[in-house]
Write a protein that binds this ligand. Structure first.
Ligand SMILES: Cc1cc2nc3c(=O)[nH]c(=O)nc-3n(C[C@H](O)[C@H](O)[C@H](O)COP(=O)(O)O)c2cc1C
Length: 185
């Protein structure tokens, strides 16, 4: 390997050096409101019990709904849903109904009674909030996983067939990449 020349990255952009997992669309519901928020900052955090975490900005409408209901659903979009994913990441549900605007279909979940999942997504993970912490301008919700499902054609031998599933990854700003073929070692 040649000489590696490094340059300083502003701390405000350092998060872009550690891309998180695939972009997800989180649904929430409280009283008569259902909402969808696009989230790039997510991670699994526990196997026993199965749990994951999402970082939700303090000014997001979704924050209120998740706080009040204590539940959320992680929906997994693929490349086909790039446009509605962007829409849900750039418009607040405070003013509009994102299901109506995007024409995505709310579908009854398996375990959660009220929060709908998104029919067009290739997978979903139903979560009950077990904890939350405040970190700067975001709240991290820890969700225990109650039920999960994935498109059978695309999730094989316990992993996404990444070449065909075409998961969306966020590099930062308006840059995205599509998952490609994995290497089995
Ligand atoms: C690709 C992408 C990734 C995003 N990731 C996050 C995230 O991890 N956390 C967050 O709070 N907002 C994130 N956002 C911004 C929210 O999706 C956006 O502010 C949305 O309009 C909030 O909707 P709401 O007010 O209806 O909850 C992201 C937006 C995009 C386009």
């Amino acid at each position: 390997m040649g000489v590696i020349m490094k340059k300083e990255v502003p701390v405000s952009k350092a998060n872009r050096l550690i891309n998180s997992g695939n972009v997800i669309m989180v649904t929430s519901h409280y009283k008569d409101k259902s909402n969808i928020i696009t989230i790039a900052w997510q991670t699994p955090v526990s196997i026993k019990p199965p749990a994951l975490a999402i970082a939700v900005g303090k000014e997001r409408f979704s924050l209120e709904l998740i706080k009040k209901s204590g539940e959320f659903i992680v929906n997994i979009p693929n490349w086909d849903l790039l446009e509605p994913m962007l829409f849900c990441g750039t418009h607040s549900g405070r003013d509009i109904d994102k299901f109506k605007e995007t024409k995505l279909t709310p579908e009854k979940a398996e375990k959660l009674i009220k929060t709908p999942r998104i029919k067009e997504c290739i997978g979903s993970i139903e979560c009950s909030v077990i904890d939350s912490i405040e970190v700067g301008d975001h709240i991290i919700f820890f969700g225990e996983i109650l039920y999960a499902e994935a498109e059978e054609d695309l999730f094989k031998d316990g992993v996404w067939d990444t070449a065909r599933a075409e998961l969306i990854y966020h590099c930062g700003g308006t840059c995205f990449m599509k998952s490609s073929e994995y290497t089995k070692i």
